[in-house]
Each structure stands twice: as structure tokens, then as C-alpha cells.
Design a protein around this ligand. Structure first.
Ligand SMILES: Cc1ncc(COP(=O)(O)O)c(C=O)c1O
Length: 390
């Protein structure tokens, strides 16, 4: 662009391209040139959306449910979300005041952060973290206050969090089970976070998109600990639990003031979630079994992959308790972004560099949402390339 009127805004220029999608774009380019690629780079379940959900969308369309809806979502859907979460957490949730549905959980996060943060404010996030958090915060012109998780097990950094937050910290963003580490916060950690929130008047944004993908231990929703929506905003969705990434459905549960503001943002951007998806989401929220089957398969993939990694000289990995990723540590001095491109170009394996998730060098993330044969081959080829670099 050359003319002054065509110059991009400062806001547009500071928005980073998605780090996780970058490898997808690179690998697709190589595929277009005829190279065969093993895809382990994005969190896209290799399962079809369960048939009942597809039928619910189809029936809605046949019944003429194809127009705009209320921007928060259709009433039965808001009621369903409120009742499911009330039952799980013991907190009374008003479907009209406390719930909003959005095109993906990403849009819930965007609407929330735009509603909460001004330039000059900061949001605390725990590294390693999903890069869209900092992408959205950067878009707004605010600061991502990165706090390193405990190195050994990626647990919550209770020691360092208090020094990291200050009067400009508007919220702490947590993500359990975590993308990329699969770490789950236990009850004591959630109680600690709740005390932190109360003592510092800190909003906790809790991204629980992987909450149904649990392999071990008991999962606790943060709201069941905080017992109040005053300083809690729950972010959730169906992309991962119900293999519905392309449907674009997410939602948020929060206090009325925040939800109303998120709704105003949404009214100006997307109006509402596409209508057949909303009716399909009601069905999805009633289904447990398809998710359980998928989780059983992810667990097999996790265990077989860890067995193989155990035998690899240059790779190691902490056992994730949830979500569907392996955050593998590697031996060697090559930066992870260079290594990821090298593995793609020379070995045809697309995975994600650890540096995409914060200051995480010497890590690579692979997704267990791909088929087992591909995952095992991808790990083997990664170890092979590392052997040539020692
Ligand atoms: C931690 C986390 N939160 C939110 C999302 C967004 O999911 P969606 O916008 O598909 O609902 C993702 C997707 O990868 C994620 O990993």
C-alpha cells in the first residue's frame, strides 16, 4: 500500500499472525507442491461431529430456523448452558443475565478482553500459554504480563504470581487443562487463585475449553471454587469436546455488566452465532458418550506416544493429565522455531514450535487429535532429525 489513505492502522500493524496457524499455512503450501505432510500442528479433532448434532442443525434449517437470533443466543440454548453449569458448580446462573454465546470461544475471549482492558492495562497469563491470548491483548494495545509456570511440572506459579501483578493488572487468565502442556490445576491451586482474586480485586478469566478431555485425576471447574460471578468469567465451547471446530461455537458465563458489554461488542461485529449451530449446540450439550469415546482414543494415543518418546534419545515429555497435546522437550541448541520449519521441510512433519507458547525454548508441541500412526511416525522423524543435529 502506498497512498496515505491506504496505510494500515497502528492497531492492524501490531496484531500478530496466529503462531499455531503459521505452520498450517506453511504445510499447506508444501502440500500444494506435491509433498506429503503429516499434520500434527493444530488442535483439530480427526473425528466427525457426532451425527445427532449434525441432524439437529439440519432439522433446525428445515424448520426455518435460519434468521438472525438475539445476539446472546436463542433462549433454550442459554437455558441449557446455565443449567449445565449451575448443576456442575452449584452456582445460580441466570440464562438471561449471565450467559452469552459467540462464534467460537476465541470470540468470547475477544469480546471479554475488549470489554475489560484499556491500553496501559495488563493481563497476567501463565506461560506456556495459547498464543491468541497475547494476540488479542496486543490488538487492544495492552500488555501481556507473562508469568512462568513452575518449570518441573507446569503447575501454577504461586511463588511468583504476587510479584507479577500490580494495580494495572485487570485480570488473570488461566487455562486448565492447558494448551499446550495438558496440566490440570488441582483444588488447592484453584483455592489459591480464588484468594488471589479476592485479595487483589482481580478478575479471573478461566478458559475451560478442554475440561471434558481429562485422562487422570478429578477436574474442578474454577467457578465451583469461587462460587460467584463477580470476579469470574468462564470461557467454554464445543470445538474440542464435540469435534465441532468448524461450526464456530463458544460461550461465556459472567456477571451481568461484563456479559452486557460483551454483547454490545458482538452486536457490532458478528450479530450472533449462526442459527443452525445454536440449535445443534443444545443437542451437543446433552451428549456425553461421543466425547467419552474420543477421550478414550486420545488416551491411547497419549500413552503409545509417551512409550515411544521414552525410547527416543533426544526427546522427553511430561505426562499430560488432560487436553490433547504433547509438549515435548528436546535436546539440542537449535531454536524451536527453526527446528519446526526444518522438520517440516526435511521430514514432512508439521508441528508447532515451543516459542509460539511464550518463552518456551527446547519444546515442540504435537497434537494428539491426529491419527496414531501419523503421531508415532512424526515423533520418530523428529527424533531422527535431532540425532543429526547433536
Ligand atoms: C486454550 C484454547 N482456548 C480457546 C480456543 C478456541 O477455541 P474455539 O474458538 O474453536 O472455540 C482454543 C483453540 O485452539 C484453545 O486451545
Amino acid at each position: 500500500m502506498t497512498s496515505k489513505n491506504n496505510k494500515l492502522s497502528k492497531c492492524a500493524l501490531r496484531v500478530p499472525a496466529s503462531g499455531t496457524l503459521k505452520m498450517k499455512i506453511l504445510s499447506t503450501e508444501l502440500e500444494a507442491k506435491g509433498k506429503e505432510i503429516i499434520h500434527l500442528e493444530i488442535g483439530q479433532p480427526n473425528f466427525n461431529t457426532p451425527t445427532e448434532i449434525i441432524e439437529a442443525a439440519y432439522n433446525a434449517m428445515k424448520e426455518g430456523k435460519t434468521g438472525y437470533t438475539s445476539s446472546k443466543g436463542v433462549r433454550p440454548l442459554l437455558e441449557k448452558i446455565a443449567s449445565v453449569h449451575s448443576k456442575d458448580t452449584g452456582v445460580e446462573i441466570d440464562p438471561k443475565r449471565n450467559v452469552i454465546t459467540t462464534p467460537g470461544a476465541k470470540a468470547s475471549l475477544f469480546n471479554a478482553l475488549v470489554s475489560l482492558v484499556d491500553p496501559g492495562d495488563n493481563i497476567a497469563v501463565i506461560s506456556p500459554f495459547w498464543p491468541s491470548y497475547s494476540g488479542i491483548i496486543q490488538f487492544i494495545g495492552a500488555e501481556t504480563r507473562v508469568v512462568q509456570a513452575v518449570t518441573e511440572d507446569f503447575s501454577f506459579p504461586e511463588e511468583s504470581i504476587k510479584d507479577a501483578i500490580d494495580k494495572n493488572t485487570k485480570a488473570l487468565l488461566i487455562n486448565s487443562p492447558s494448551n499446550p502442556t495438558g496440566t490440570i490445576y488441582d483444588l488447592d491451586t484453584l483455592k489459591f487463585i480464588n484468594d488471589l482474586s479476592n485479595d487483589n480485586d482481580l478478575m479471573i478469566i478461566t478458559d475451560e475449553i478442554y475440561k471434558k478431555i481429562i485422562f487422570e485425576g478429578k477436574y474442578h471447574q474454577y467457578l465451583s471454587v469461587s462460587q460467584s460471578l463477580d470476579r469470574t468469567l468462564v470461557i467454554d465451547g464445543l470445538s474440542k469436546s464435540h469435534a465441532m471446530t468448524g461450526w464456530r461455537f463458544g460461550y461465556a458465563i459472567g456477571n451481568k455488566e461484563l456479559v452486557d458489554s460483551m454483547n454490545k461488542v458482538q452486536q457490532n461485529i458478528s450479530t450472533c452465532v449462526n442459527t443452525p449451530t445454536q440449535w445443534a449446540a443444545i443437542k451437543a450439550l446433552e451428549l456425553e458418550e461421543p466425547t467419552m469415546k474420543m477421550v478414550a482414543e486420545y488416551k491411547i494415543r497419549r500413552d503409545k506416544s509417551l512409550e515411544l518418546i521414552e525410547q527416543c534419545d533426544y526427546l522427553s515429555c511430561r505426562k499430560p493429565e488432560g487436553a490433547f497435546y504433547l509438549f515435548m522437550k528436546y535436546e539440542g541448541s537449535i531454536p524451536s522455531n527453526k527446528l519446526a520449519v526444518k522438520i517440516l521441510e526435511e521430514k514432512g512433519v508439521a508441528l508447532t514450535a515451543g516459542s509460539v507458547f511464550g518463552n518456551e525454548e527446547n519444546y515442540l508441541r504435537i497434537s494428539l487429535a491426529s491419527g496414531l500412526v501419523d503421531i508415532l511416525e512424526g515423533i520418530k522423524r523428529t527424533n531422527d532429525i535431532l540425532a543429526t543435529l547433536q
